[in-house]
Design a protein around this ligand. Structure first.
Ligand SMILES: Nc1ncnc2c1ncn2[C@@H]1O[C@H](COP(=O)(O)OP(=O)(O)O)[C@@H](O)[C@H]1O
Ligand SMILES: [Mg+2]
Length: 255
């Protein structure tokens, strides 16, 4: 199986002498092509810091992060910019769509930056829109869309460039339960039918139950790992809430 991501003994400190926060304390793991990995942990455990280091938004204090055979901790700013644009897709909790652009234009932006031509862009957008069931809303502006629709547009924008790795930080955090299910269904489809590799951070057990494998972090360290194997999503969900209660978090989301 092809390795897409290797996180090797990373540490991340914030602050300076006398007032140091160890946000990540020696984390290592690997992700293979086609995996859907969840990262769970209570608030303040280091999830966002970990994702930001992988997404090149933040830098590690020590350790290495290898994505698609490139050590991103060694890349300089120009190379990093190109790497981010070509290899990574981002989905944020608050969607990050541009209000003055239609859904179509928001998705097109990622491709325009890659200097693709208009015909090519149009074909790619139509393909991705049908995958995510947003064909009917492409001409609408963000204010005309529901939260769930906005997140599916953001998802289309993230995958239209065919990134090696899709990174999502609390993607269902601003969605109601029905929209969450729809979005997670889309993630499942992207992962199963299109072999997309997804790394998703969440504190929510229901959201996490869509992943194939989950790393639990606490105080900046990996505390536990669960693999879904042949479990149904419900069985996996039950195992997740057991670990969450061991972690001392609250079990908010009950099916
Ligand atoms: N920019 C920063 N400066 C200082 N401390 C930070 C910064 N970002 C995060 N932290 C600290 O690092 C720890 C992990 O935070 P974070 O990664 O945001 O956790 P999570 O996403 O799991 O809630 C927390 O103690 C937080 O206060
Ligand atoms: Mg966070």
């Amino acid at each position: 199986m092809q390795n897409i991501l290797s996180v090797e003994k990373i540490e991340k400190y914030y602050g300076n002498k006398g007032n140091i926060t160890k946000a990540i304390d020696n984390i290592s793991f690997n992700v293979n092509q086609g995996e859907f990995l969840g990262i769970m942990g209570p608030s303040g455990s280091g999830k966002t810091t970990l994702l930001n280091c992988i997404s090149t938004i933040d830098t590690v204090t020590t350790g290495k992060i290898i994505i698609n055979n490139k050590d991103i901790t060694a890349l300089k700013s120009k190379a990093l910019e190109a790497f981010r644009r070509d290899e990574l897709g981002f989905i944020f909790q608050d969607f990050n769509l541009l209000d003055t652009l239609t859904a179509y234009e928001n998705i097109a932006l990622a491709l325009t930056i890659q200097r693709k031509n208009i015909k090519e862009i149009d074909k790619l957008i139509k393909d991705v829109a049908s995958k995510l069931d947003i064909t009917e809303i492409l001409s609408k502006f963000p204010y005309q869309l529901s939260g769930g629709q906005k997140q599916r547009v953001a998802c289309a924008r993230a995958i239209v460039t065919e990134p090696s790795l899709i990174l999502a930080d609390e993607p269902t955090g601003a969605l109601d339960s029905k929209s969450s299910r729809l979005l997670l269904g889309s993630f499942e489809k992207l992962n199963k039918e299109y072999d997309s590799t997804i790394l998703m951070v969440t504190h929510d057990s229901f959201t996490a139950s869509y992943a194939n494998r989950i790393l639990f972090i606490k105080d900046g360290r990996i505390f536990n790992e669960l693999v879904r194997g042949n479990d149904t999503r419900k069985e996996f969900f039950n195992k997740i809430i057991e670990v969450v209660s061991l972690l001392g978090g609250d079990v908010g989301n009950v099916l």
